[in-house]
Design a protein around this ligand. Structure first.
Ligand code: COI
Length: 356
C-alpha cells in the first residue's frame, strides 16, 4: 500500500450543470494525482493535489523528443450511486507495455491502481450521470530530465487528470463518416504504433485535417508497408460484419491493442457470434461494401465507446454501410458494454472495479 499524500483544494470549481453538453476533454476536475520517478530512488512522493499548471524546465526531454506515454479509461456512476471503472487492469497492463517500448520505467500496478482510486475517489462527485456521459480518466507519464541529448530520461512524472465528458464525436452516437487514407501512414511494424504515446497521434494529424476538410470525422489507416491492409482509426479500433462474421484486423505490432476492442471480441465469443482477428485488405472491404456483404461497420475505443460507421470513403469511392444507420450487432455491443460500465448488466468477473 502506498502512502498517498492528499492536499485538498481550498477553492472547489463550479461543476458543469446537467444541461452542459460536456464537449470531450474541455473541463477538468478539482484534483490530480502526481508521482515522481528518480533513477536510483524509484517512485517517490505519490500525492493528490489541487488541479494546477505544472512548472517544468523548458529543456525537459518530453518537449524535444516526445518520451511520453498516456492511457484513457472511464469512471461511471451506477443507478445505485456506486462509482465504477471499466477494466482498469487492462489499461495498467498496456501502460507497462508502452513504457517498455518507450524506454520508460514501469509504473507498479499497485501504485497505478491506488493513484486511480485516490484521485477518482476524491473527485467522484464530478462523475456525470446523464446518459452517454462519464468521467474520462487520463493517466500519463512524461520525461523530465533537463537535457537536450537523445537518451532515455532518468526522471519522470506520472500524473492522472480527470475530465467529465459526453460523446467523443460531435455527431454524438450518430454513425460517423470515415476516410480511408492512402497517402499518409500512421505506423509500421517495429515502430511505436502499438504503444499509447503522443507520437502516434501527431503522426495522424495531417491526414485528419485532410479528412475533416472533406467532411469526414476520422481516418482509417492502411498498413505502412503495402498501403493495402486495414489497421485502425485514429481514436478507435475498427470492426466489420461481413456475411455474418465480425472481423477486425489482427494485432500486428502497429495497431493499438484497445481494451474496448478486446471486450468486443470477448462478448462476441460469449454470444456465439463468429468473430475473427485477421489481416483484411482494403480491396476486400471495398468489394464487401459494394456487393452488400458488409452488413455493419463500427469503431471501438474508450473515448468513442462503440461508434457506428455509416460511410467509408476510399479514393473516389463512397460506400454507405447498413443504410447509414446503426446495425443490430453494433447496437447489442454498445448496449452491453455501456450496461456493464454502468453496473446495469453483470459483466464477466473483474470487468468492473468499484471506487470507494
Ligand atoms: C481513448 O479512447 O481513450 C483514447 O485515448 C483516444 C484518444 C485519441 C481520445
Amino acid at each position: 500500500m502506498y502512502n498517498i499524500r492528499i492536499e485538498r483544494t481550498t477553492c472547489p470549481k463550479e461543476k458543469p450543470g446537467a444541461d452542459n453538453p460536456l464537449k470531450f476533454g474541455t473541463i477538468f476536475t478539482d484534483h490530480m494525482f502526481i508521482c515522481d520517478y528518480i533513477e536510483g530512488q524509484g517512485w517517490v512522493d505519490p500525492r493528490v493535489v489541487p488541479y494546477q499548471p505544472l512548472s517544468l524546465d523548458p529543456s525537459c526531454m518530453v518537449f524535444h523528443y516526445g518520451q511520453e506515454m498516456f492511457e484513457g479509461l472511464k469512471a461511471y456512476r451506477s443507478e445505485d450511486g456506486r462509482t465504477l471503472m471499466f477494466r482498469p487492469d487492462k489499461n495498467i497492463e498496456r501502460a507497462a507495455r508502452s513504457n517498455k517500448r518507450l524506454c520508460m520505467p514501469e509504473i507498479p500496478k499497485e501504485l497505478f491502481m491506488e493513484g486511480l482510486q485516490a484521485v477518482v475517489g476524491i473527485d467522484k462527485d464530478w462523475v456525470p450521470t446523464k446518459p452517454g456521459t462519464s468521467l474520462y480518466v487520463r493517466p500519463f507519464m512524461i520525461a523530465t530530465d533537463p537535457f537536450l541529448g537523445v537518451r532515455p530520461s532518468s526522471t519522470y512524472k506520472f500524473m492522472i487528470i480527470l475530465s467529465p465528458v459526453g460523446a467523443y464525436y460531435e455527431s454524438g452516437l450518430d454513425p460517423v463518416k470515415i476516410w480511408i487514407e492512402d497517402e499518409y501512414v500512421r505506423a509500421v511494424k517495429g515502430g511505436i504504433g502499438e504503444a499509447k504515446t503522443g507520437g502516434n497521434y501527431v503522426a495522424s494529424l495531417s491526414a485528419q485535417v485532410k479528412a475533416h476538410d472533406e467532411g469526414y470525422a476520422q481516418v482509417l489507416w492502411l498498413d505502412g508497408v503495402h498501403r493495402k491492409y486495414i489497421e485502425e482509426v485514429g481514436a478507435m479500433n475498427i470492426f466489420f460484419k461481413i456475411n455474418g462474421v465480425v472481423v477486425t484486423p489482427e494485432l500486428n505490432g502497429s495497431i493499438l491493442p484497445g481494451v474496448t476492442r478486446q471486450s468486443t471480441i470477448d462478448l462476441c465469443k460469449m454470444w456465439g457470434i463468429p468473430v475473427e482477428e485477421k489481416r483484411i485488405s482494403v480491396d476486400e472491404i471495398v468489394e464487401a461494401a459494394k456487393s452488400g456483404a458488409m452488413e455493419e461497420c463500427f469503431g471501438t475505443g474508450t473515448a468513442a465507446v462503440v461508434s457506428p460507421v455509416g460511410e467509408l470513403r476510399y479514393e473516389n469511392e463512397k460506400m454507405v454501410i447498413g443504410g447509414g444507420a446503426i446495425g443490430p450487432v453494433t447496437q447489442r455491443i454498445y448496449d452491453t458494454i455501456t450496461g456493464i460500465q454502468l453496473g446495469k448488466i453483470e459483466g464477466p468477473e473483474g470487468w468492473v472495479v468499484e471506487i470507494k
